[in-house]
Design a protein around this ligand. Structure first.
Ligand SMILES: [Zn+2]
Length: 443
């Protein structure tokens, strides 16, 4: 039986209390975004391991058919012993239950690619691309809609920036194209030409940057299919794999207690944490300074985000399943592919997990609606799963506290103070108004 929704443990409250604070700090300070898929999928320099990993990312990408997040998919290959020797078994999990049509698509693909050869791979690639574009229609239409939206806002600027008629014609063709195959080809094959040129001009222009991002996404299916075909031609173990779908975990609501979302209380508590790298007093000061910089919005933000629903994200379902069942990965490569870079929570969870899994790429975005895998009480007779989960929550909390220190720029603040005291300058750091903070703290 899985753990119910109402029994929040102390460790979880502590973790979400600080995760909520980090989330609120991120809201106005932001973190870097990671993109991927900007290389050609048929790159022959890939090693077997890299190809196998790229295959997992690519198959996950093709299964992620809805732009809203429910179909974010993760994949791993288990080493599987049978009478014919060692085989691979492909495990798939998604944030929400995997749809039958996605499952059937994968089964069909694996069956169809079993007899791939250098002679027939072109035909098989075209078939897979056609089927994957059809499956991903909703996501592709969403991206095309985004292209049109941003193009409308930067159309005039592009005409001024680019005198090159070829680029203008290319953009115009993308704008009006409705056939997904032609649209995908148009975007994929321009990656190292016109799209790169557009990207070079995009650094100063937000809408052009968004436009290039979504044009890249429109070509990503063809990239994924090319990768899968290349991997199949070069990695023999893939030809014998069968697929197994993992059930997704239930959606669970979390309501943080009132004292856990009181800004003053949370600042006091975190300042007394034994996990801090710097002094609690400095962190306390910097948190109040951040509140000032945010226009005093942090206390209300903490309260606004005190209730949310959580899911066990796809990659954590796979990590948990392999860990709980003590399954071996093919070639001992503990890699879990995913259709999107991991969120902050999943990235930390995998990085800190005692199972030694490969740390995934991450966009570092703090998403509150993510939780650690649930414990199956009936299965966890020795309590090992519960222990790992409890320890993981403690480890994550420790890292979140340290990331809060980093997010409020405590390091720069302290270095700046040191610098100011040594050069005798009377200038205050731009982002820090000490008198104001002291008033707040005293008040
Ligand atoms: Zn996640």
């Amino acid at each position: 039986m899985l753990r119910g929704s109402g029994d929040l443990q102390n460790d979880e409250v502590t973790l979400y209390k600080y995760l909520n604070l980090l989330h609120s700090l991120d809201e106005f300070q932001g973190r870097g975004r990671v993109d991927r898929g900007d290389k050609k999928g048929d790159d022959t320099r890939y090693t077997t391991k890299e190809l196998r990993r790229s295959f997992l990312d690519s198959i996950s990408y093709l299964c992620d058919i809805n732009p809203k997040g429910g179909t974010v998919t993760a994949a791993a290959i288990r080493k599987f012993y049978c009478k014919d020797g060692v085989q691979g078994r492909l495990y798939l999990a998604a944030n929400e239950p995997i749809l039958d049509r996605v499952h059937h698509f994968v089964e069909r693909m694996l069956r169809d690619l079993e007899d791939i050869t250098p002679k027939n791979h072109g035909m098989k690639k075209r078939k897979l691309l056609r089927e994957s574009l059809d499956l991903g229609r909703q996501r592709l239409n969403y991206y095309h809609g985004k292209v049109l939206f941003h193009l409308k806002k930067c159309d005039q600027d592009i005409r001024i920036l680019f005198r090159d008629q070829e680029i203008l014609t290319w953009i115009e063709t993308i704008k009006v194209e409705t056939d997904l195959q032609r649209l995908s080809a148009l975007c994929y094959h321009s990656r190292e030409g016109k799209l790169d040129e557009l990207k070079r001009k995009a650094s100063e222009h937000r809408d052009i940057a968004e436009l290039t991002h979504y044009i890249g996404r429109l070509g990503a299916h063809e990239y994924a299919v090319s990768t899968i075909i290349t991997a199949y031609l070069k990695v023999p173990i893939l030809r014998k794999i069968k697929v197994q779908i993992l059930p997704s975990a239930l959606v669970t609501p979390i309501n943080l207690p009132a004292e856990s979302v009181n800004f003053h209380t949370v600042c006091q508590e975190i300042s007394g944490s034994p996990h801090l790298r710097h002094s609690g007093h400095d962190l306390y000061t910097m948190l109040y300074n951040s509140n000032f910089l945010s226009g005093f919005t942090l206390p209300s933000k903490l309260v606004q985000t005190s209730a949310f629903v959580t899911r066990v994200h796809a990659e954590l379902q796979i990590v948990d399943y392999f860990s709980r069942k003590r399954l071996e990965f093919i070639e001992d490569d503990k890699y879990v592919g995913c259709s999107k870079p991991a969120c902050y929570f999943c990235h930390l969870w995998i990085r800190l997990h005692p199972g030694g899994f490969e740390v995934p790429a991450s966009h570092k975005k703090v998403i509150l609606g993510c939780r650690g895998p649930d414990i199956d009480v009936a299965e966890d007779v020795n309590g090992n799963g519960a222990r790992i989960r409890r320890d993981q929550y403690k480890r994550l909390t420790r890292e979140i506290i340290r990331d809060i220190e980093e997010q409020v720029h405590i390091e720069q603040f302290l270095n700046r103070c040191q610098h100011l005291s040594s050069d005798g300058s009377s200038r205050a750091p731009k982002y820090y108004d000490q008198d104001f903070d002291l008033q707040l703290i005293k008040g």
